[in-house]
Ligand binder design. Structure first.
Ligand SMILES: [Zn+2]
Length: 117
């Protein structure tokens, strides 16, 4: 997905920053979110990933794996679960959040509606 698409659909759903990515035909084809490990956006494509349709406590399965080494000379991998609104980074991530759990949150530059923990 592109940043342009994200700007086009800035709707924040529930208490987290999961946002729908909509096709030209108005069909939701994916849900995007901010990844604090990569400092970029990732997306779960539908129906390839199962989504529990719970926007307050979203869970996708199976895990999402992004291997940026195909696009970048710098080897980078991001591998995570999103369970109950928490990003669970697996140990094989190459960024600083490997092996950690972080609550899903909006991209930092965006104003937060409220602080939640
Ligand atoms: Zn990531």
């Amino acid at each position: 997905m592109s940043d342009q698409e994200a700007d086009q659909y800035p709707k924040v759903v529930g208490s987290n920053s999961l946002y729908p990515i909509v096709s030209d035909h108005g069909i939701i084809i994916a849900y995007g979110f901010w990844c604090p490990g990569c400092n970029s956006h990732h997306a779960f494509l539908l129906p390839r990933w199962d989504f529990n349709e719970n926007f307050d406590s979203p869970t996708f399965s199976p895990s999402l794996s992004i291997d940026a080494s195909k696009h970048d000379f710098e080897m980078r991998r991001c591998h995570l679960y999103l369970r109950d609104g928490v990003l669970e980074f697996l140990p094989d991530c190459t960024h600083h959040l490997a092996g950690k759990k972080v609550a899903l949150a909006p991209e930092p530059k965006l104003p937060k509606s409220k602080e939640e923990e």
